[in-house]
Design a protein around this ligand. Structure first.
Ligand SMILES: Cc1cc2nc3c(=O)[nH]c(=O)nc-3n(C[C@H](O)[C@H](O)[C@H](O)COP(=O)(O)O)c2cc1C
Length: 286
């Protein structure tokens, strides 16, 4: 059984407070269109709109500022949720060695390792917290891509315990503003049309605004092979999120990512962990 835990998705949560503090630093580089850099939720919602997986990177190290923002956020998330994420800077060997066989990624120098420890609920937490790192990197103007397959796990420089594995990584780095032709082709090959809101919810409309807004944010979430496996339901004023029965850890990463997007879209509320976990809107602080 998944150990159920509550995690606050409100702005006042320790996690989001940390993110807000971190991206509000004086020389934070905002997105060109973003004027409200003091409001992390607005930045993250905008990042949800802007984000798309990028696979061609300018092979430069992260700036000290970007590395510091991501490192501090990762430390806050690791502390609060007991997950293990680790930033690798200026070391692309996990991608260089496989470049010829996969041919997917170029110029990767930096990534965040999402390290699973064999505990059932960890991949979901890694998805939930990793997606906050992913979106925060987008608010910094960086390109990103979550990668579960096309890299060499053995070439990652993590000091793993025997119980630990690299679930996936989040590539981060400078990109050209517009995707290259090859990136567009790869995205076209992988990115089927997004599911409709009705396909994402087993409960037919009409829905309250917060539920609708949560689904809209989930529509834009990354998922392995763009399979969008998470379905939502609405009952007694609460949402729930489920995936098909599986032992595929990446499906649980997808579940955590979808819950993160739903929470950011819906606003105040609290998620329980696990497939079938319940989102209670506006509970926190009562
Ligand atoms: C858990 C996970 C694993 C992924 N693994 C890979 C991968 O191995 N290679 C890759 O090119 N993209 C990978 N992706 C990116 C997805 O292909 C991408 O999110 C999906 O096609 C939707 O496209 P978008 O992110 O541009 O919206 C992964 C995404 C997730 C969430």
């Amino acid at each position: 059984m998944a150990r159920k835990q509550r995690l606050d998705t409100r702005l006042a949560s320790p996690v989001d407070d940390a993110a807000r503090r971190l991206v509000s630093v004086d020389n934070y580089r905002p997105l060109p269109r973003c004027s409200r850099v003091y409001d992390i939720r607005v930045d993250l919602l905008e990042a949800i709109d802007r984000r798309q997986s990028r696979r061609k990177y300018v092979p430069t190290p992260l700036t000290e500022r970007d590395a510091a923002v991501l490192t501090e956020l990762i430390a806050a998330l690791n502390d609060s949720d007991g997950v293990r994420m680790e930033l690798v800077v200026d070391n692309g060997s996990a991608f260089d060695s496989l470049r010829r066989s996969y041919g997917m990624f170029t110029g990767v120098r930096n990534y965040v390792g999402l390290i699973a420890d064999g505990v059932y609920s960890t991949p979901e937490k890694l998805g939930f917290d990793g997606e906050l790192v992913n979106l925060t990197a987008v608010t910094l103007g960086l390109g990103t891509c979550i990668v579960g397959g096309s890299f060499s796990r053995s070439a990652c420089p993590f000091d793993l315990k025997s119980s630990e594995t690299v679930a996936c990584v989040i590539v981060v780095g400078e990109v050209e503003p517009a995707p290259s032709t090859k990136e567009k082709l790869l995205r076209g090959a992988m990115h089927r049309r997004s599911k409709t809101l009705n396909q994402l919810s087993v409960t037919p409309p009409p829905w309250p605004d917060w539920f609708n807004a949560g689904l809209v944010a989930v529509q834009k979430a990354p998922s392995a092979l763009n399979r969008q496996p998470v379905v939502f339901a609405l009952s007694d004023g609460r949402a729930s999120a489920s995936i098909p029965a599986t032992d595929d850890p990446l499906m649980f990463v997808d579940l955590g990512i979808a819950k993160r997007h739903f929470g950011l879209g819906a606003g105040d509320g609290t998620w329980d962990w696990g497939s079938g976990g319940v989102f209670t809107p506006g509970l926190v602080g009562l």
